[in-house]
Write a protein of this length. Sequence first.
Lengths: 213, 803
Amino acid sequence: MRPPATSPCLGAMVHAFLIHTLRAPNDKDAGFCRVLYSCVFGAEKSPDDPRPNGAERDRLLRKEQILAVARQVESMCQLQQQASGRSSVDLQPPSSSDEPMSLHDAPHGAFRLAAGDPFQEPRTVVWLGMFSLGFALVLDAHENLLLAESTLRLLARLLSDHLRLLAPGTSLLLRADRIEAILTRFLPHGQLLFLNDQFVQGLEKELSTAWPL
Amino acid sequence: MSSTGMERLLRQAREIQDGELSKFCARITKLLQQQDSGAEAVDALQRLLLILSATKYRRKLEQPCMNLLQTTLCSTTAPPQLQLLCAAILREMAPVEGLALTCEQAHNSHTLSLVASVLLAQGDRQNEVGSVGRHALQLLEARPPEGPGPRLLLPVLSKVVSLSPGILPEAQVDLLHRRLVGWLRYASTQQGSAQLPGSGFSAARTRQPGLVTEVDGSVATDFFTVLSTSQRFTEDQRLNVLVFSMLRTWLLLGLPAGLTAVEADDRSELEGSTQSVLSAASATASRLLPPQQQLRAGAFEYCQRILEQSGRRALRRADSDLQKACLVEAVLLLDLLCRQEPSFLYPTLPCLKALLGRLGGDPKQARTLLPVARFLLSHGEAAAVDSEAVCRHLFTSVPAELFPCPMLAFELVQFCRDSLHILGPGLGLLKPSFPNLLKLLAWHSPALTSEFVVLLPSLVDAGTAVELLHALLDLPCLTAALDLQLRLSPMTSEWPLWDISLRPTSCLEGFRDPHFQPLFQFLLRSKAAGSTLRLAPLYRLLQPLAGCARVFQCAQAVPTLLHAFFSAVPHVADAALMSQLALALLERSGSLFPVPQYEDRVHRVLSTQLLGLCRLRPALVVELARDLLGFAGSVSGIRSQEPMFTAVVWAAGEYLTVAHDRRCTVEQVTRFFEALEALLFEVTQSRRSASPPQCQPQVITVLMTTLTKLASRSQDLIPRVSLLLSKLRTLPVGPGDEDTDAVRTRATELTNLLKMPSVAQFVFSPGPEANSSRFHRDATTALPLALRTVSQLVDRETSLLPA
C-alpha cells in the first residue's frame, strides 16, 4: 500500500478563517450563500505563469476557493439540521442567561477537501453553525482537530460577545477592524494556540481594554 | 442586521461604479493625510474594505490612495485601528503587482507583523517569504528580551517556515533555538503581578502573587506549561504557550535544509551508548548539545510533563477540553521526535503504555486514543501487542457507542484511511469490523461518503465480500435502526441526537418485539458474521422511517459506494465469488428498503455492475443460466426492475455461447429462446392494447436482438424468430410515435441480417477474439471489411423490399 504523500505543512496552522451566511434548510428563496468575512493566512506559492494578469487570476482563484468552502459548509450544516429534524436555524438549546453560551451543542463537523478541489493541497475544514452564521477553519490535511475545534468555538464566542451579534440591528459587515483585533490575539498569522481558560480571560481583558464595546 | 439588510449592503458595495470609487479614494487620501481624522477615516476604510471584498473581480484603486495605505501601515504614529484596516485592505487586494511595501519600512515588531501579513499573501512571486523571515529574525535578535517583540514575531516565523520550509539562514536559526528552549523550559513559575499605578514607590508592599497552579487547582509541581493556570501571566509565560503551540511545525519545517546529513552522523554516534539516551532526554543535563538537539530534548521533557498534567481532573470544562487537545499534540510531537531521533523511542514507549492504561475504555477519551494508536502502529515491532489491543478497541466498541459524534466519526475514518499502509496485522482486525465502520457512514453520510469511497476498496475481502455487498445495500435500513437504538438508550447529551421531527411509535414497538430481535441484532452487529440474514421483514416495519432526512441522505450515498465496492472486486474475486456476487445482485434488485428514489438509482447501478461482472467473466452467464432464466422469465420483473431485466437479457444474448463457455448446450439456448419469445409476445400484445403501463422500446429491442443472437447460434430457431420479427415489422405506427418506429426499424435490420445466416453468426457471436485489435488491423480478416460488405448487401436488399 503506497503511503500517503507527506504534505509539507504538518503543524498546527490554519490556512484560512471565514464567516458566511447560513440559510435555513428549507428556505429555498433566500438568495445566495455570502461570505461575510474571510482571512487567508499566507498564499500558496503561485506557479510560474508567463501569461499577463497572473496576480488578478490568483486573487480570483482565492475568492472562489473561499466561496466554495462556504457553500459546502452551508450544505453540510443544512443536511445535518435536516437529519436531526430541525427545520429552522434554531441552533441552541434554551439556556439560562447567566451561563456563558455553550456552543457544544451547536451544529458542527468536519470534512476533507481532496487535492485540487478546490485547494492545491488536500485540506480539512472544521465548521460550526451559530445563529444564521457559519464559521469555518481551513486547515492542513493532518491536524490537531481537537485544538482546531475548540479554537473555532472560542472565536465564535468571542465574535458573538465582542460584536454583540445577538443584539438586533448589528451585523458583521463594516466591523472588520474588531474581527481582525480578535484574530491577531487568538489566531496570530493562523497559529492555533493552546490557551487555558484563565489565559483566555486575560487576553479578553486586554482586548476589551484596547477595543471597548 | 437582517439578512436582507446585509444583502442590500453587499449589493451596493458590488455595484459601486469606478467613477464613484475613485472619488471615494480621493476622499480617503485626504482623510489619511490629516493627522486626526479619527473615526471618519476608520469608517471610510471599513467601507473601502467592504467594497473590495464584496466582489471576486479586481477593483482598481488610485495610486495615491494605494501609496498612502502602505505609508499609514508602516507609520509609527498612526492609530492601531487604522493600521489594522490598511493591512486588511492590502491583504484583500493581494496579490498586487507593483506593491511598494517592503520589510525595511517596518521598524518595530508590531508593524512587521502587519506588513508580514500583507507580504505573505503575495504568493511569493518576489521572494517575499524569505525576506519576511530574515527581517523577523533580525528584529528578534535586535530586541531586548522584554517587550512583546518575540510574541509578535514568532507566529510570523512559523508561517514563513510552513510556506517555505528550510528557508531561514542556519546561523540565526541556531541562535533562535537556544532562546526557544529557554522559553519552553525555563519560563517563570511565579504568577504575574498586577501593574499597580506608581508601583515603583510601593514595590516593597506588592503582595507576592504565588506560584502558578495546575488545572485541578493544586500548586504547580514542576516547570510551567500551557496547562499551568494563573491570575495573570508574565511575558515569558506567554512565550511558553506560543512556543509550544508552534513547536511541531518548527521541529518539522524550521530546520535549515542540508543539515540532515550532519545530524545523521551525530545520531549514529549517540545511539550506541546509554549515556546518550540519558543526555538526549534531558535538556538540563547537557547544555553542550547542539541547539536543535537541545530543543528536541526540551520538547521531549515538555511532552512528558503534559502527559502527567493531562491526568489531573480539571476544574473547568474548557480546561478539560484543552487537556485532551494537549494530549493529542504531545503524542504527535513524541511521534515526530522519535522519527527524528530514534533514541527517544525507548523512554517514550513506557509512557505511552501507561497512558493507554489510563485512557483505556473511557469513551470520552476516544479521540485522544487515535494518535496513540498511530504512534504504536508506526513504531512497529517494539509495540506490536499494544497496537493490536488499541486497534481492537477502536474498531469494535468505539464506533458502536459513539457513532453520533460527527468529529469522532470523521477522525476515526481518517485514521483508518491514513493508516492503511501501516496497519499490518491490524488490517486483519479492520476488515471484519466493517459493520461498525458502516454505522459511522450511515449516520454521517454527507461528510463521510468521499472518505469511504477511498477506504472501501481496502475493506473488500474475499471472505466477506458478499456480506459487505448486502450491508451496503441495507445501509439506509441501518440508519433507521440506529435512530431507533438512540431513542431507546439513555440520553448522553443535552440535546436529543435523533430526528426530533418524527415519532415512530410502531417502529419502536417493533424494535422491542422479540420476533424481530435476531434481525435487528444482525443489522446492528459489530463484526462480520460470515453469513447473511435477509432483512426484508424489517422493511415493512421500518417503513415510517424510510422518508426521514437522514435515511434519505444515506440512500443517496449508496450508489457511489457500490461503484467503489465493485472497483475492488476484480482484485479479490475468483470465479466462485463472482458467481455469488452476481446472484446477490439478482436477488437484491427485488428486495430493497423502499426509500424514495432509492430503488431506481440502485437498480441502475446493479445492472451496470452485473454486466461488468459478466464482461470480466463471460462464463458466468452459462453457469448461472438457470437463475438468469428464472429472473428474466416473468413479466413482473420487467415492470419493476427494468434496468436489471434489460441487463440480464442482454448478457444472455452476448455470452450464452460455446465460444465463451464450452458447457453451453443447445438445450440451454433453446430454453432461453422459448422463454424470451413468450415474453416478447406478451409484451407486444399488451403494447397493442395501449393500456398503461407500456413497455419501454428498449426492452422490446433488447428482447428482439437477443432472440436474434440466440437464433444465429442454433439455426433451427431462425424461422421462429423471423416470424416474430415480421410481426413486429408490421406494428401499427401512429403519427409521431417514434418508439414504435424504432422497433420496426430494428426488426427490419435484424430480419435482413438473418437472411445471411453465416454473416449473422459472425456479427452476433463474434467470439472473444473480436476484441483483439489484430482482428481490426488485419486487412484480410478485418471486421470493418465484413461490415462494409454486409451493409452493402443489406442496402441492396432493402431497395428491393416493398416500401
